[in-house]
Design a protein around this ligand. Sequence first.
Ligand SMILES: *Cc1c(COP(=O)(O)O)cnc(C)c1O
Length: 403
Amino acid sequence: MIIGNGGNHTMLNKNMKTDTICVHAGLKDNLEGAVVTPIYQTSTFKFQSADHGARLFKGEEDGYIYTRMRNPTVEAMEDAVAALEGGVKSIGCASGMAAVHLIIAATIKSGDHVICSESVYGPTLTILKDFFTHYNIDVTFVDSSNLEELKNAFKPNTKLVHIETPGNPTLVMSDIEEIAKLAHNNGAKLSVDNTFMSPIMQKPFELGADYIMHSMTKFLNGHADVVAGIVVLKDLEEYKKFRKVSNLVGGVIDPFNSFLVHRGLKTLALRVRKQAENAMKVAEFLEKHPKIEWVIFPGLKSHPQYELGIKQMTGFGSMITVELKGGLEAGKKLMDNITLFTLAVSLGGVESLIQHPASMTHASMGKEAREQAKITDGLVRIAVGIEDIDDMISALELALQHV
Ligand SMILES: *Cc1c(COP(=O)(O)O)cnc(C)c1O
């Protein structure tokens, strides 16, 4: 039995550093003294009396009612992510896309306008372009690395700016601090998809963002065995507003996936730093390789926005985009000869992944549409894992000999 309905959280001192927060945040006290928050695999919670139930429903007493609304295992994980991002509360979602949906559903109504950066996760573009437009919501896509262009996109009814930085798959960066100022000056809120950086390398709230979201499928869980998302809030009143929407829409994370994500969070700092360290070396190796046309990685001085990365990030992440000499055929040859790197989409897990959009994810688009989306035939996306760097370099070296 849990002590009291809504037991105490482990007290974290305000001065504690990220690595400590990763390990300790969100643990709930329990009668048995379990060191890890147990999986409360239950849909509903017993009331002690009719009066107790009534008080819980009225919000006069703190406690659990029903898992769609609140569950101890889910809440433990949510509190941990909120602590890592420096927010007050967060809401676990069934996927990263459910988190995108929640932010828009909770902040936008018919007749409002949204500005979104053009280099965001594909389905984020699509949900705005093909789904929310059915509800009379106006959307403008901009190159959010260009502050002038962004400034000109505001309308009197702009309520939300949504950015992803570094963006997908071009790794273009957007200045969170400047964009937050622009949004606030125009009466809008700023939402940042922090999936690519994780709170270990970028803290959007410290730069003025209002909402943070993650696909926890990626770094936060980190083991390629969960699909989940989260929205982090820094204002309690806004949290209550978002929670109401989440309770009604119902796209929530379940206790078991919350448990897995919470376990992943304990090693987040270690994993993310090791991945970034490996990625730096892989990027440097590829940049010098004669069969590579160019490499985009925020940690390379050749990245056109290298200085911005230094300003707002404490690391460069572990996503690398490269262009092979030799186009489509070269891409296929690399995919068919590479070892160690798994041919798969997604990112942020402990294992290194590689994918070639022109022959894989974006093959059905056709060459012309791909070119319009700036997906060239030789473009390869690498998500660097935690394996030994020497093994990674030899796998790439060997496979590139076949290209
Ligand atoms: C994967 C991803 C999403 C979507 O998350 P799902 O968990 O797959 O729904 C959103 N944003 C970014 C940046 C992503 O990489």
